[in-house]
Design a protein around this ligand. Structure first.
Ligand code: XMP
Length: 506
């Protein structure tokens, strides 16, 4: 495997995803807190950083067990750190070093640049520049603005590159990473979905033995893939629980339950609609809604799980971005992201936790699901929030409002599917606004509800942009909603990005 030492760059995870695209396993660790280097570690990559190496509190790694002993690639900050620390000079640059640049010199003797073309486009993003290299450092690549765009240390497999090989705009970036991890480090490209499934299933068998495991299914990608892996490993020792909280999409409960049963999973469906809606009665504060739904979910899940005699483990669909320890930008101290879980379930249930996906990025979860032949309808589903339609009904929730919004949402989502737009959208849904407006239908005045449609593109939900859905499509959906859903006389389309808005309205 490859270790990636993180100095807090926004691109660190991208380096990891690129290396994994090459079917080579890698892990991200904070620069000041990485695990011991056993023989499985074939090489190390140093990430970029929001810091300048000239800052007083710039992060300083301990590379004594790495440099000169293992292949080492410094990217941006990593490259500058090596150059400065071993006797070179790094200064604030006065020429343009952001964005597109083209290589004008490449040393093809260096393994790092095998098959990289002179003139190849690279992506720069740095305020400092390496003015002078230490004596045994040799330039292996330059652009017209940056002489030291890449270097290698003589007699070592230590490299530094000033540009970012991990970003899409560095057109031969993947080739450079391939040259490093395969040619220089000697990694085999055998980290594939198939090998992951095989190794994980073996590992789970050993870890779980004859123990029983319970897992909460949500209909989403992560819990479905986690369930399938466990199912392959321990078969009927796994019990899945799927709760209908009354806030799911139209027919969602029946459809998803059905597809899970087709996958061979042992699923208990729990109809808790009345319980959830009862507890939510009269509540309009968004945070209170979330808390109530979280609490009731735990109660329902816990009471179902208690019916499984001798259950020892709780399985969760936690994925890699939830567990990476991130380096804080406000200082070189490491802070830990709060681990994602089903609202405090493990603490409450005194069960051991098993997380079969915690090494995977989201796109890898999908590839693993595909490998296990999970249906594309489950793997390609839009994300849907745990509190469901509760946070899309602004104000108090009633069964009538839920039913109304389910109809609206159904027309919208099915419309997206019918017009081949579903897969171009990251998430979509409808909000029921707490306003009535005047309309006219036939000769009658109406005074009814407004719904807002929302469709966004995103990669992780942290930032998002509204989708430019075709006007014709929006027009068609709007008429269909107003004609078919009693109680709605006006449809609007949300054209806000996140930030400053959020995806959900509550
Ligand atoms: P926002 O509205 O914060 O949403 O832009 C970002 C993503 O998170 C989802 N979301 C939630 N998911 N429980 C969840 O499981 C929640 O309380 C919750 N709130 C928002 C939202 O659907 C979007 O994908």
């Amino acid at each position: 495997k490859i270790l990636i030492l993180d100095f807090g760059s926004q691109y660190t995870q991208l380096i990891a995803r690129r290396v994994r695209e090459l079917n080579v396993y890698c892990e991200i660790h904070p620069f000041n807190k990485y695990p011991g280097l056993d023989e499985t570690v074939k090489g190390v990559i140093l990430s970029g950083s929001p810091f300048s190496v000239r800052d007083k509190n710039a992060p300083v790694p301990d590379l004594s067990k790495i440099k000169g002993k293992l292949p080492l690639l410094g990217v941006c900050y990593g490259a500058q750190y090596l150059a400065q620390n071993y006797g070179g000079l790094v200064e604030a640059s006065d020429s343009r070093e952001y964005g597109r640049a083209n290589m004008k010199y490449i040393d093809h003797e260096s393994e790092l640049f095998r098959e990289i073309e002179v003139d190849s486009q690279v992506w720069m993003s740095h305020g400092d520049t390496i003015m002078k290299l230490p004596e045994d450092f040799r330039i292996i690549g330059s652009t017209s603005d940056v002489e030291v765009a890449a270097y290698q240390i003589e007699e070592e497999t230590t490299f530094g590159i000033q540009f970012h090989p991990e970003v899409y705009h560095t057109t031969q970036g993947l080739q450079i990473l391939n040259n490093f991890v395969v040619d220089v480090c000697g990694c085999r490209r055998d980290w594939t979905p198939a090998s992951f499934v095989e190794e994980t299933v073996e590992g789970l068998k050993k870890q779980l033995g004859d123990d029983k495991v319970v897992l909460g299914l949500s209909g989403g990608v992560d819990s479905s893939v986690a369930a399938m892996l466990l199912h392959k490993a321990i078969g009927t020792q796994l019990t899945c629980i799927f709760v209908d909280n009354g806030l799911l999409r139209k027919h969602e409960y029946e459809n998803v339950l059905d597809s899970y049963k087709h996958m061979g999973l042992n699923v208990i469906g729990v109809d808790a609609k009345d319980l959830f809606l009862g507890e939510l009665n009269g509540v309009s504060d968004p945070e209170k809604k979330r808390k109530i739904i979280g609490r009731v979910f735990i109660e329902v899940f816990d009471s179902e799980a208690k019916k499984i005699p001798g259950v020892k483990w709780l399985a969760q669909g936690t994925i890699y971005p939830d567990v990476i320890e991130s380096v804080s930008v406000n200082g070189p101290s490491a802070t830990i992201k709060s681990h994602h879980n089903v609202g405090g379930l493990p603490e409450k249930m005194h069960l051991k936790v098993v997380e079969p996906l915690k090494l995977l990025f989201k796109d890898e979860v999908r590839r693993v699901g595909h490998e296990m032949k999970i249906s594309p309808t489950i793997l390609g589903r839009h994300p849907f929030p745990g509190p469901g339609l509760a946070i899309r009904i602004l104000g108090e929730i009633t069964p009538e409002k839920v039913a109304l919004l389910q109809e609206v949402d159904h027309i919208f989502i099915e419309g997206l599917r019918k017009h081949d737009l579903y897969d171009q959208v990251w998430q979509a849904g409808a909000m029921l606004l707490p306003v009535q407006s005047v309309g006219v239908m036939g000769d009658e005045r109406t005074y009814e509800s407004v719904v807002s449609l929302r469709a966004v593109t995103s990669t992780d939900g942290m930032t998002a942009d509204w989708v430019h859905l075709p006007y014709e499509f929006l027009g068609k959906i709007s008429s269909e909603i107003i004609n078919r859903v009693r109680g709605v006389n006006r449809v609007v389309y949300d054209i806000s990005s996140k930030p400053p808005a959020t995806i959900e309205w509550e």
